[in-house]
Design a protein around this ligand. Structure first.
Ligand code: UDX
Length: 440
């Protein structure tokens, strides 16, 4: 696995758990030192015990020596980052360098090299050209996109919804991947073989389609608020249409994470290069940018109706990560909200079940980050729930109301029951549902 980042590390560990020997190649010496000492570098459900098993049985190795790793293995996956550039296009310099180095290292050996990093479909040929320009190289490039969601990534690898491989005819990569995934294929997992460009497009188009779907739900939520309707009622009934389906129709504070923001931009940039305007990717990007202001706007409205501003107000925020079960802050709506609140002069005390340390790194002492949900609401003039952690639901709400200075909840994930919260004495405001005002 070339690149022991989140994708490479998790997929590599799943391969090792299936009994294979896996070599991780990385340029980050600090990470290599940690890995060699047996430290699991990522927070991800079920990962740590799996890593420990393989580490202790000696199936894993870690190195910065790409040449040696290539010589000792039957094939490699490229899992290095493809960060977005200012124009939204992906920076492929890391991928290109790896292809160049592997093409040299493999000499004249037929060697499968599979791109897992997400790259634009029209750039695959550029990578093939690098191989072609390397004298004698028999490297066979393929594509095998990952569909891992944070928090369920190990399970997504072990029980994939589908496996997509992109290969050229007659190369070594097809056989290599078919053998690697044989147990999935014979177990009935849909297995699709296509060209590398098609395989990349499966991933790219899915990562536009899902943000479009979420954006539809968010737009219905905004319309529902104006109509006095409950968006959940509408979306649940819409999702019952099997052509639409209920998943990814939950309104919220906007999608975040590493993939959707990056891939919608990358797809849009690719479409431009191909002479086509991606109306859909652009709509998702715009709708999401607007949605990321919605919670903040709801707070501003609420306080201005009371002839108050946000300046100097004590705001409790539950959730820092971009979604539950991860400590990842990348493009997190919680971070967007906190930044908006700080700009407006508000004072933030935040709690997250996993992302506290990451939050402290980001904000230092600009916000307080505490170690329990209850500590965050002490003396707060509003509670804002931004991340959908399950444990936020079962709090002692009577106690929460008692310790808050003013009992209003802005629930960005509609985790709670409006009537119940109003009956408990809260003003309760959620996205796309009528407000329930119960504060005295
Ligand atoms: C996503 C894809 O699911 C995965 O297949 C791809 O490979 C990488 O990107 P991930 O970013 O880990 O995975 O999270 P996901 O669970 O898909 O959620 C993405 C964002 O959308 C989160 O911010 C989430 O809260 C938000 N979301 C999701 C909604 O706002 N509403 C929904 O209905 C679903």
């Amino acid at each position: 696995m070339i690149g022991a980042g989140w994708v490479g590390f998790i997929q590599g560990n799943v391969f090792a758990d299936e009994g294979r020997k896996v070599s991780f190649v990385d340029v980050d010496q600090d990470k290599l030192r940690l890995l060699k000492a047996g430290h699991c570098p990522f927070y991800e459900k079920d990962l740590e015990p799996m890593f420990r098993r393989s580490y202790e049985s000696g199936r894993l190795s870690f190195t910065d020596d790409l040449k040696q790793a290539v010589e000792q293995t039957d094939g490699a996956f490229i899992c290095v980052p493809t960060p977005p550039q200012a124009d939204g296009d992906s920076d492929l310099s890391y991928v290109e360098r790896v292809v160049r180095e592997v093409a040299v290292a493999a000499g004249t050996r037929e060697y499968p090299l599979i791109v897992k990093s997400t790259i634009p479909a029209d750039r695959f040929r550029d990578l093939e050209k690098i191989v072609k320009d390397t004298p004698g190289s028999q490297v066979d490039l393929g594509s095998n996109p990952e569909f891992l969601a944070e928090g369920t990534a190990v399970e997504d690898c072990q029980l994939p919804s589908r496996i997509v491989i992109g290969v050229r005819n007659g190369g070594a990569t097809r056989g290599f991947l078919e053998e690697l995934y044989e147990h999935h294929r014979s177990g009935g997992t849909p297995f699709f073989v296509m060209s590398p460009e098609e395989a990349i497009m499966v991933k790219y188009a899915a990562n536009v389609m899902l943000p479009v779907k979420i954006s539809m739900a968010n737009e219905v939520a905004l319309l529902s608020e104006q109509l006095g309707c409950n968006a959940r009622t509408i979306l649940n009934a819409m999702g019952a249409d099997p052509r639409i389906g209920p998943k990814f129709l939950h309104p919220g504070p906007g999608y975040g994470g590493d993939c959707f923001p990056k891939d919608t931009q990358g797809y849009d940039a690719m479409a431009k290069r191909l002479g086509i305007t991606s109306n859909l990717a652009q709509a998702a990007i715009r709708t999401n940018a607007r949605q990321r202001w919605h919670l903040f706007n709801r707070l501003t409205d609420y306080f201005s109706r009371r002839q108050e501003t946000l300046a100097g107000r004590e705001i409790a925020v539950w959730g820092l990560s971009f979604k539950k079960d991860t400590n990842d802050l990348r493009h997190s709506p919680a971070i967007a909200f906190i930044d908006q609140m700080l700009d407006a002069g508000g004072r933030v005390t935040a709690y997250d079940p996993a992302a506290g340390p990451e939050g402290r790194k980001r904000y230092a002492d600009r916000i307080a980050i505490v170690d329990s949900a209850m500590a965050a609401v002490m003396g707060a003039e509003a509670l804002v729930i931004v991340t959908d952690w399950k444990q936020f639901v079962g709090q002692d709400w009577e106690e929460v109301r008692k310790v808050m200075k003013h009992p209003v909840i802005f629930d960005g994930r509609s985790l709670l029951n409006p009537m119940r919260m109003a009956a408990l004495g809260f003003d309760y405001i959620s996205i796309g549902r009528p407000d329930a005002l119960g504060a005295k």
